[in-house]
Write a protein of this length. Structure first.
Length: 158
C-alpha cells in the first residue's frame, strides 16, 4: 500500500452525498454510452439502496476517489457492482483497493464465490484486466443474466 492509499478511507455509503450521486450519474451515462441497448446492467439509485446491496466509497480527505458495491445474490454468492473510479483519480490504485475491500467483505460474509458482469468492448478493457489481476476467471452468465454477445462474466472462488 502506498503512502497515499494509507491515508484513504473506505466508508459504507448511504448514497446521499452530492459527489457520490454525481459519480453514480457518470457511471450510468458511461454504461449507456459504451454498451448496446439491452446490455446495461448498472444499478441506478433505487437499486443501489436495496438492502441486498452495500455501496462503499473511497475518500482522501473530502475528495471522492471511487465507489464499489457488493450485491448478495444468495447465502453463498455475491456480485461485484458499480465499480467506478472518479475521472480525476484514475491510475492511483483506487479500483484495486476498492475491489480488495469488496472481496474481503464477501469472504467475511461467508460467500463461497463472487461474480461480476462487465462489457466486452474497449471501454471495459481496464476493468477486465483489473478483475483478472485479482484472480477472477471467465465464466458463463449467472443470476439471470443472458447477454452472451456483449457482456463478459467472471467469478472468483473464495
Amino acid at each position: 500500500m502506498s503512502e497515499a492509499s494509507a491515508a484513504w478511507r473506505i466508508v459504507r455509503d448511504d448514497v446521499t452525498h452530492p459527489a457520490v450521486l454525481a459519480l453514480i450519474g457518470l457511471h450510468l451515462r458511461a454504461a449507456h454510452e459504451n454498451s448496446p441497448p439491452g446490455s446495461v446492467f448498472a444499478l441506478d439509485l433505487s437499486r443501489l439502496r436495496d438492502p441486498a446491496v452495500t455501496l462503499w466509497t473511497a475518500w482522501e480527505g473530502e475528495t471522492l476517489l471511487g465507489m464499489a458495491a457488493l450485491k448478495a445474490l444468495d447465502a453463498d454468492h455475491g456480485e461485484v457492482k458499480s465499480m467506478r473510479t472518479a475521472p480525476d483519480q484514475v491510475r492511483r490504485g483506487v479500483a484495486a483497493i476498492l475491489l480488495d475491500h469488496v472481496i474481503g467483505t464477501a469472504r467475511n460474509r461467508g460467500f463461497a464465490h463472487l461474480s461480476l458482469e462487465t462489457g466486452a468492448n474497449a471501454p471495459f478493457a481496464a476493468a477486465r484486466a483489473l478483475y483478472a489481476r485479482a484472480g477472477f476467471v471467465e465464466c458463463g452468465p449467472f443470476a439471470g443474466y443472458s447477454d452472451e454477445v456483449f457482456a463478459r462474466y467472471f467469478t472468483l472462488k473464495l
